[in-house]
Structures are given as structure tokens and as C-alpha cells.
Design a protein around this ligand. Structure first.
Ligand code: NAD
Ligand code: UDP
Length: 319
């Protein structure tokens, strides 16, 4: 990585900031581009003194001209609360953002990795989900600005690859959690931990039987970097932890690990909330020799420690 210039869009966000850490540790020059919609300066404050690190306040909906060797395209709000706040903007971020980053990659002959999502499988009828599954997505629902936006981003990656020979990589990221998720992020792991630490009611949407598979951030970043540096393989490839838990189980584990006095309450299930989700990661194992190492309890412990430090100065959770 030494000497390589790497652009990370969404670099001040949860995953993007961990990626910046990792790339700098490997000797790269890192350009962190962000519009700070859900990202925070606090996530990258520790990097500002590094002379191989640069921050660019920019919105990927607008074009940008830079000279880089690699692009990780991570700019996009990932929490349903945030991507549904301004759905038209979410579509623009995914579609215009991908077009602009692909245009940049084409011009400077950079390799580009797109952060796609398990949401491209929608409410999956196949379980666990393999990359060959085309998905079951509602094109007109509340989640479609994100799901369909990411699907178009994948389409653009493959079309620029076939039409213009752009060197592309696609990772489909399954629910990932860890330190630096925003207190007000609104996703389930951060919500439950924040609620438990504040002894506030833990909000289960629906009856808690829905499942998700939770990947710790360090494992996910390792998978992304391996994919970027792999040869002769565009993906898409699933990256996630196949351990599958119901939302009720997650609430119980968080309450136990925090020793919280919180009660568990029910709230209505959001529209089109996928019933189950679990990655088949055999392709990542075969092509990247990758598999997650951190189990849910260990990852939650590290995440709880983080929130214990930041909560005293933070705003309420978004529920
Ligand atoms: P996040 O919300 O913490 O980070 C997103 C970052 O993108 C933020 O810093 C935000 O300010 C920035 N951003 C948003 N819109 C932008 C725009 N128009 N221009 C420039 N910057 C913009 O979310 P995250 O969990 O770190 O997710 C990062 C990426 O990974 C996203 O593309 C997301 O879709 C994808 N992903 C994440 C998960 C997960 O579980 N964490 C799962 C699937 C996919
Ligand atoms: N969820 C919940 N309580 C919360 C936040 C989320 O029960 O406070 C549920 C949500 O309905 C979904 C699951 O947890 O079934 C995961 O939600 P999240 O927003 O983290 O991610 P996504 O639905 O995009 O996988």
C-alpha cells in the first residue's frame, strides 16, 4: 500500500473511518471525502495530524477531479432512519455518487470498490443468501431508495466494467456493528446498547422473531481490503458473519452484557422489514480466504465499552 493514493468516500462514517485507519496503518496516502451527513469529525479527529491523511468536504452527488489509485465508494447513509430522512437524496447519492466515482476511476485508471449491501436481496426467499440469488425487493417501498439505489450502483459498476474496462469490485455487506456507530444512528445494535446503558426501554420492532447476522467491524474491514487487493475477481461477494440471531436474542444478550435494568418494549414493525438474513460466505472464503473471527459477544463487549465512553456527551437515540 505504501505510496498508493486511496480515496475513501464516506470516510468520516462508521465503516469509512475504520477503513481510513487501516489504510494509513498500511502506509497509504488517504483522501477521506465526506459531506458529514451521518459522519462525524470525531471519527477521524485522531488522524488529522497524520501527513498522509487529507479530508475533503464534498458531496458525491457533485463530480470531483482527483488523482488516485484506488477508490472505496462508501458514501451513503446506512441506517434506515437516515436513508429514509431524504429518500430522493439517498437515490442520488447511490446513483450519481457511483457515476461520479466510476467516471473518476475511468479517467485516472483507478480500481474502485463499491460498498453494496445485503439489502439487494430484499426480503429474501432464499436462505442463507448466495451471491447468485437475484433478490426479492419492493421497488416502490420505503426501503427502495436504498435497496434499489444500491442495485443500480452495482449495475453501473458492471456496465462501466464491460463497456469501459474499469477495474471494479463489489462487496455486499451484511449488518455490521462496532465502535464509532453514531449514538443516534438508529440501527438495532447501537439502539439496544445505548438504551441498555441508559436503562431506557429497549425497543423491539415487531415480535422480535426477525433475524439478522451481525459482523464485527474489524472483520468487515479485513474482507474489504482483501477484496480490493484481489486479482481477476469483480464479485459481487458477500461479506458478513453467518451467525444468525433473532432481534429478541440480541436484546437479551445486550441486557446481560451491560447488566442493564431496561425493560423490553414492542414497537410497530417498519414496512418491508426483511424477516431473515444470513450470508453464505463460501465465495469469500474461496476467493479471498476470508472468514470472520470475532463472535457476537466479543464484538458487543468492545462496542459497549465504546458507547460507555461516548454516551455522556451524546444526543438521544433515534427510535
Ligand atoms: P454511516 O452512515 O456511518 O457512513 C456513511 C458516510 O457517508 C457518512 O460519513 C456520511 O456523512 C457519508 N455520506 C452520506 N451521503 C454522502 C454524500 N452524498 N456525499 C458524501 N458523503 C456522504 O454508514 P456505514 O455503516 O459506515 O456505511 C458505509 C457504507 O457501507 C454505506 O455505503 C452503506 O450503504 C454500506 N453498508 C453498511 C452496512 C453496515 O451494516 N454498516 C451494511 C451494508 C452496507
Ligand atoms: N430493530 C428493532 N429495534 C430498533 C432498531 C431496529 O427491533 O431499535 C429491528 C429492525 O426492525 C430490523 C432489525 O432490528 O428487524 C435490524 O434493523 P437495522 O435498522 O439495524 O438494520 P436493517 O433492517 O437495515 O437490517
Amino acid at each position: 500500500m505504501r505510496g498508493k493514493r486511496v480515496l475513501v468516500t464516506g470516510g468520516a462514517g462508521f465503516l469509512g473511518s475504520h477503513l481510513c485507519d487501516r489504510l494509513l496503518a498500511e502506509g497509504a496516502e488517504v483522501l477521506c471525502l465526506d459531506n458529514f451527513f451521518t459522519g462525524a469529525k470525531r471519527n477521524i479527529a485522531h488522524l488529522l495530524g497524520n501527513d498522509r491523511f487529507e479530508v475533503i468536504r464534498h458531496d458525491v452527488v457533485q463530480p470531483i477531479f482527483l488523482e488516485v489509485d484506488q477508490i472505496y465508494n462508501f458514501a451513503c447513509p446506512a441506517s434506515p432512519v437516515h436513508y429514509q430522512y431524504n429518500p430522493v437524496k439517498t437515490v442520488k447519492t447511490n446513483v450519481m455518487g457511483a457515476i461520479h466515482m466510476l467516471g473518476l476511476a475511468k479517467r485516472v485508471k483507478a480500481r474502485i470498490l463499491q460498498a453494496s449491501t445485503s439489502e439487494v436481496y430484499g426480503d429474501p426467499l432464499e436462505h442463507p443468501q448466495k451471491e447468485s440469488y437475484w433478490g426479492h425487493v419492493n421497488p416502490i417501498g420505503l426501503r427502495s431508495c436504498y435497496d434499489e439505489g444500491k442495485r443500480v450502483a452495482e449495475t453501473l459498476m458492471m456496465d462501466y466494467h464491460r463497456q469501459n474496462n474499469v477495474d471494479v469490485k463489489i462487496v455486499r455487506i451484511f449488518n455490521t456493528y462496532g465502535p464509532r456507530m453514531a449514538v443516534s444512528d438508529g440501527r438495532v445494535v447501537s439502539n439496544f446498547i445505548v438504551q441498555a446503558l441508559r436503562n431506557e426501554p429497549i425497543t423491539i420492532y415487531g415480535d422480535g422473531s426477525h433475524t439478522r447476522s451481525f459482523c464485527f467491524v474489524s472483520d468487515l474491514i479485513e474482507g474489504c481490503v482483501r477484496m480490493m487487493n484481489s486479482e481477476g475477481f469483480t464479485g459481487p461477494v458477500n461479506l458478513g458473519n453467518p451467525g444468525e440471531f433473532s432481534i429478541r436474542e440480541l436484546a437479551e444478550i445486550v441486557v446481560r452484557l451491560t447488566g442493564s435494568k431496561s425493560e423490553v418494549i414492542r414497537k410497530p414493525l417498519p414496512q418491508d422489514d426483511p424477516e431473515q438474513r444470513k450470508p453464505d460466505i463460501s465465495l469469500a472464503h474461496e476467493k479471498l480466504k476470508w472468514q470472520p473471527k470475532v463472535n457476537l459477544e466479543e464484538g458487543l463487549r468492545q462496542t459497549i465499552e465504546y458507547f460507555e465512553r461516548v454516551i455522556p456527551t451524546a444526543a438521544p437515540a433515534a427510535v
